[in-house]
Write a protein that binds this ligand. Structure first.
Ligand code: ACO
Length: 340
């Protein structure tokens, strides 16, 4: 029996309305708009309010999904997955909080794979749908990373923001859906990017703290390398060429990393979506938010082959070719994008 193809049939996103610009950061640390812009492409980031946590952001993204697609989009959801690095609590899971909030008759668990976590969640959703264990899976990426920033570390604090994105994954006609999905990890690089929890150090002796720590230079080299290999692998596994890709939707961490991957793929600059200027790196939320921007701008049509790729702590990576549709574009969403 051939397995059904799994695809994305609904999408919703949320970015907190509070915006912190590079000029705002100049007032609290030794940095400059010029440095941040040239090194990263980031101009501002959306930041959760003091009393706003990852579950709140996830709820808002699901509400946006319902607003765009109607209540029926959540019917038959058997599993809720939340990919996050910043859960409200280790338990209960943020996914269980979403399940309760929307009254879903569904299993629920969180998934931690750093920034590629949302793509990891898509791969779990795909497996559940293809095996018949779930009719529909609600796969969310939600992040309140600014709450775990070390504001004394200017090389890291300027990079991150908060946000959330939610999709419904279910069986779709064979012409649409996920044509390839690759996930990978190399835990030997764990010390390059870490955030402590109940342990005090990693097996290699790296001391942990309750603030995010990153060796930016080494992560940069890893990112450029893995964005190249993972994108090429996803395109080949889908049986396509780079020319067939309508839109490149990479993890939004750094414009230089995105541009290096785009050039390596030989894609014109109008075939990549860039939102890092607006949001900074909001980890698991970055690809769904970028998808929403592209959709709302009319840059994605049913049948388009989208190339998705991400990298992050672990070290981890993931890539996919997703053929959009068959659903038509949802109502444009007023994603809050205040002027600078
Ligand atoms: N403002 C001004 N100067 C700064 C700042 C800042 N915010 N931060 C660092 N500098 C200075 C440094 O002190 C250094 O000064 P020095 O030469 O006098 O020592 C200089 O700028 C250059 O520092 P580098 O670290 O070499 O800068 P680089 O060009 O490598 O850029 C950056 C740093 C932006 C962090 C880059 O390495 C990067 O983007 N790395 C990848 C990060 C990333 O994508 N992480 C995602 C992880 S996803 C996840 O799982 C969470």
């Amino acid at each position: 029996m051939t397995r059904p193809r799994a695809g994305v049939t609904a999408l919703g996103v949320y970015a907190p309305p509070k915006v912190v610009s590079n000029h705002d950061l100049e007032k609290i640390m030794d940095t400059s708009d010029e440095w941040i812009t040239t090194r990263t492409g980031i101009k501002r980031r959306h930041v959760a309010a003091d009393d706003e946590y990852t579950s709140d952001l996830a709820f808002r993204a699901v509400e946006d999904l319902v607003r765009r697609h109607g209540e029926a989009a959540l019917e038959g959801v058997d599993l809720v997955l939340v990919a996050t690095n910043t859960p409200d609590a280790l338990f209960p899971s943020t996914a269980a909080l979403v399940q309760a909030k929307f009254g879903l008759k569904a299993a629920a668990f969180d998934l931690l794979a750093a920034c590629p976590g949302w793509l990891y969640a898509l791969s779990v959703a795909q497996a559940y749908v293809q095996s018949g264990q779930a009719r529909r899976v609600l796969a969310i990426g939600a992040e309140a990373l600014t709450k775990v920033m070390n504001w004394e570390d200017r090389a890291t604090a300027v990079l991150f923001g908060d946000g959330a994105g939610a999709v419904v994954v279910e069986a779709v006609p064979d012409a649409y859906g996920l044509r390839s999905l690759i996930i990978g990890a190399d835990g030997n690089g764990g010390g390059l990017l870490h955030l402590g929890s109940v342990g005090r150090c990693l097996p290699d002796g790296t001391r942990l703290s309750d603030k995010l720590h990153m060796n930016g230079r080494e992560v940069f080299k890893f990112a450029v390398r893995v964005m190249n290999t993972a994108t090429i692998e996803a395109v080949e596994k889908a049986g396509l060429n780079a020319d067939d890709i309508s839109l490149f939707v990479p993890h939004q961490a750094n414009l230089r990393i995105i541009e290096a991957a785009r050039e390596r793929l030989g894609l014109a600059s109008d075939r990549v979506i860039v939102t890092v200027d607006e949001y900074g790196n909001n980890s698991t939320a970055s690809i769904p938010l970028a998808l929403a921007h592209a959709l709302d701008a009319g840059r994605i049509a049913p049948g388009d082959h989208l190339l998705l790729v991400s990298f992050g702590a672990g070290l981890t990576w993931a890539s996919a070719v997703l053929t959009w549709g068959p659903w038509t574009a949802p109502t444009p969403s007023p994603i809050p994008v205040p002027s600078a």
